[in-house]
Design a protein around this ligand. Sequence first.
Ligand SMILES: [Fe+2]
Ligand SMILES: [Fe+2]
Length: 251
Amino acid sequence: MDYLGHPVSDKREEATLFKPFWNDTSIKTYLFDACSVLLPAGEQFVISVVESAALRLQQTSVLAECSRNFVAEERAHQRAHRRYNQQLENQGFEVKKFEHMIEKDLEALRSKLSLNAQLALAAAFEHVTAVMSAAALRRNGLLSVKESPQTRLWRWHCAEEVAHQHVTTDLVRSLGIPYWQRIFFFLAASGLMAFDVIRHIHSFARLDIARGRVSSKEVRRAAGSLLFRDGANLALMAIGWSAYFLPLKKS
Ligand SMILES: [Fe+2]
Ligand SMILES: [Fe+2]
């Protein structure tokens, strides 16, 4: 089965398992694989928060309808990324361990924070995800133009992230979450996501170097080329990220 749930022959599935670096370089492959590890638990958090927040709306409103569509899309992403992450685990990467750690952290946050604070955090996760998705999808973006099950999955997921990002910010506005709270949780969410993604990239690179799939010199070269050759993508991401400090626009 591919990540989107379509059946594929065993031979094709096996071939994709051992293909080297589906996203052109080691570091760009690790970057997206590292983000995937965050997704099943992260999307569960966002789903639960949006469902709870939407209960406060008039159920026949446009935003309540958008929230239901949002939840359906996130559930489909979650299923696809569970398969994706299982395949990473089958390739020997430490994925389950990280998934459990993230799940526990997010459950703790959910039990301790008020609904408004959870929504501020969920909207921040969605903003960072949409900014990265836009950088992935653009021409000469972060996502390889080579066809693979991974690029197909990411193109589909990123397009839906960009399109539905407004739902959480619309909920933030309709629940009257103040600017300081939105920004406080945005900074916290950005820090948490960056920490987790770097931790996963480090773990993936360490394993591949230890098993001889790639040398540390090649990983350093790929990281350097990400900084220099993808400078425009990184700059656009920085601009998109900082746009969250502006007052919210009506969608
Ligand atoms: Fe998603
Ligand atoms: Fe999303």
